[in-house]
Design a protein around this ligand. Structure first.
Ligand code: ATP
Ligand code: MG
Length: 143
C-alpha cells in the first residue's frame, strides 16, 4: 500500500500507526536513499511503542535500543556494514530472538538475513515537492 507524506510529521505519524500492528520479533526493513526519512519514520515507531524520549540515528553505533511501555525497539543502521556476513559481530540473531521490533535502515546491505515475514518500507522523494515522500509499506495490511 502506498502513502504520501507531505512532511516529516506525517512520516512520523505513519510510523506510529505501523507500530500498533507489529508483534514480537517483527522486522521493519527500510529501502530508500540518504535523507528520505527512515529515521523520522523510526521516531514514529518509537512513539507508537510508548517511548517518549529522543530517537537519534544509530549511524555510528549501528544499533540503538529503546524501551517504552510496549515492545522494545532495536533501531539499526546497516550503512557501514559490507554485507550480511558482518551481522554476526553485532549479534543480529540475538536481537531477533528478544521479542522486540527490529527497524533496519539500509536493509539493502543485509537483504539475505531478513526473515520472510519482514515488513518493508520503501521511501522515495515525490517529484512534485521537495518535502513530499512516497512511502510504500508491504507485508502488513492497510494502516
Ligand atoms: N515528508 C518527509 N518525511 C520525512 N522527512 C522529511 C520529509 N520532508 C522533508 N524531510 C526531511 O528529510 C530529512 C529526513 O532525515 P532522516 O534522518 O529521517 O533520513 P534518513 O532516511 O534516516 O537518512 P540516512 O540514510 O542519512 O539515515 C529530515 O531533514 C526531514 O526534515
Ligand atoms: Mg537515518
Amino acid at each position: 500500500m502506498e502513502y504520501i507524506s507531505h512532511g516529516e510529521a506525517e512520516t512520523e505519524a505513519l510510523g506510529c500507526r505501523l507500530a500498533n500492528r507489529l508483534s514480537p520479533g517483527a522486522v521493519v526493513a527500510y529501502r530508500g536513499d540518504l535523507g528520505m526519512g527512515k529515521t523520522a519514520f523510526t521516531r514514529g515507531l518509537a512513539r507508537g511503542l510508548g517511548f517518549g524520549g529522543r530517537v537519534t540515528s544509530p549511524t555510528f553505533t549501528i544499533v540503538n535500543e529503546y524501551e517504552g511501555t510496549g515492545l522494545p525497539l532495536f533501531h539499526f543502521d546497516m550503512y557501514r556494514l559490507e554485507d550480511a556476513g558482518d551481522l554476526f559481530d553485532i549479534g543480529w540473531e540475538d536481537y531477533l530472538d528478544r521479542g522486540g521490533v527490529c527497524a533496519v535502515e539500509w536493509s539493502e546491505r543485509v537483504e539475505s538475513a531478513l526473515p520472510e515475514n519482514t515488513v518493508t518500507v520503501t521511501i522515495a522523494r515525490c517529484p512534485q515537492e521537495d518535502g513530499w515522500r512516497s512511502i510504500i509499506i508491504e507485508g502488513v495490511g492497510p494502516l
